[in-house]
Design a protein around this ligand. Structure first.
Ligand code: MG
Length: 339
């Protein structure tokens, strides 16, 4: 017998978060508890407005999916069997909760179920949002624990922004253009960014421009990573010649089970792998961290951008986001959190 509880929760951002598409101060995510045989599995959905998801549509999808689960012990098959089209964030929440249940039932952390070693997790980047040069300098200062910084570009003053970051740090930089450039802009920017010590660029062109991406890749001095161009494993073969790597996010692909498949498919196509996130609490970020030993780059800073994180889980160790050595996801409610 499975029972379900869900609750929408407003995550308050530390600062207004600006990317090339717009700005916001809060996010509404959905927290899910699936109870089975006396154990509770936790899940989180961060619905993506760009893909027509909200907490309301996600909650409805979670309810449908949980109602259709026949065997919660078959946790890596369950979500695929009960999938609701167009609701990957809801699927991610259900899948995450089932992995949590499995780990708790067996008394081992999810990373042990996956057979991976958290000591090998690459350091996470920390995102510096679009801002004025003084604020950027302060943010870079505050980001001292992080070995790698990610800069969101794709606006008209990209050079000023990146130069402002470069002036105050010599740490490796990653750039995310969030589909903000044309082919010509990308071509010029990539050469300049390579000179500035940038190590990779995420999603330079709009997702639909796959053919141009193939051309750009051939002349790019930097590795190009797909984000908006890739959601799940089925997307990977078509873009294998247009990018050098992919950014996997639980909320795009529908959970740990699909993310694991994506890593395998990406490797089979010679692609490198980044593990990223949306604005998420420590619950979903901890879930992702269990997979992180399998990837080349991590960008797991979503929980660090919010000030009312209701969960405690992953640790920040030497700049890496590491899952705790506790059964399941290893996440618990923060003392005093109203959830
Ligand atoms: Mg991105």
């Amino acid at each position: 017998m499975i029972s379900l509880r869900q609750r929408a929760y407003t995550l308050e951002l530390q600062r207004t978060f600006r990317v090339s598409r717009g700005a916001s101060d809060v996010r509404e995510n959905l927290f899910v508890e699936i109870e089975c045989e006396g154990t509770i599995g936790l899940g989180e959905a961060a619905p993506i407005a760009r893909y027509a998801q909200s907490c309301t549509t996600a909650a409805r999808a979670v309810e449908q999916m949980v109602g259709r689960i026949r065997n919660p012990r078959a946790f890596s098959q369950a979500v695929e069997e009960v999938w609701v089209a167009g609701q990957p964030a809801a699927a991610a929440a259900v899948d995450m909760a089932l992995w949590d249940l499995a780990g708790k039932r067996l008394g081992v952390p999810v990373y042990e179920l996956l057979g991976v070693d958290p000591a090998t997790i690459p350091p996470t980047s920390f995102t510096i949002g679009i801002d004025d040069p003084e604020t950027i300098a302060r943010k870079v200062d505050e980001a001292e624990p992080f070995a790698v910084l990610k800069v969101k570009l794709g606006s008209s003053d990209d050079k000023a922004l990146l130069s402002a970051v470069r002036r105050v740090t010599d740490r490796p930089l990653r750039v995310d253009a969030n589909e903000g450039w044309s082919f010509e802009e990308a071509r010029a920017n990539l050469v300049w960014l390579a000179d500035m010590g940038v190590e990779l660029v995420e999603q330079p062109l709009p997702a639909a421009r796959l053919e141009e991406m193939g051309t750009l890749r051939k002349i790019s001095p930097l590795p190009l990573i797909a984000d908006e161009s890739v959601a799940n494993a089925a997307d990977i073969p078509a873009l294998a010649n247009a990018f050098d790597g992919i950014n996997i996010k639980l909320m795009k692909c529908g959970g740990l089970s699909e993310a694991r498949r994506m890593i395998d498919v990406a490797r089979a196509h010679g692609l490198r792998v980044m593990l990223g996130c949306m604005v998420e609490s420590s619950l979903a970020i901890t879930a992702a961290s269990h997979l992180a030993p399998l990837v080349d780059w991590t960008d797991l800073d979503g929980h660090l951008l919010i000030r009312n994180d209701p969960f405690v889980g992953c640790l920040l160790l030497d700049g890496s986001v590491v899952p705790p050595p506790a059964p399941g996801l290893g996440v618990r409610t923060r003392a005093g959190a109203e959830i």
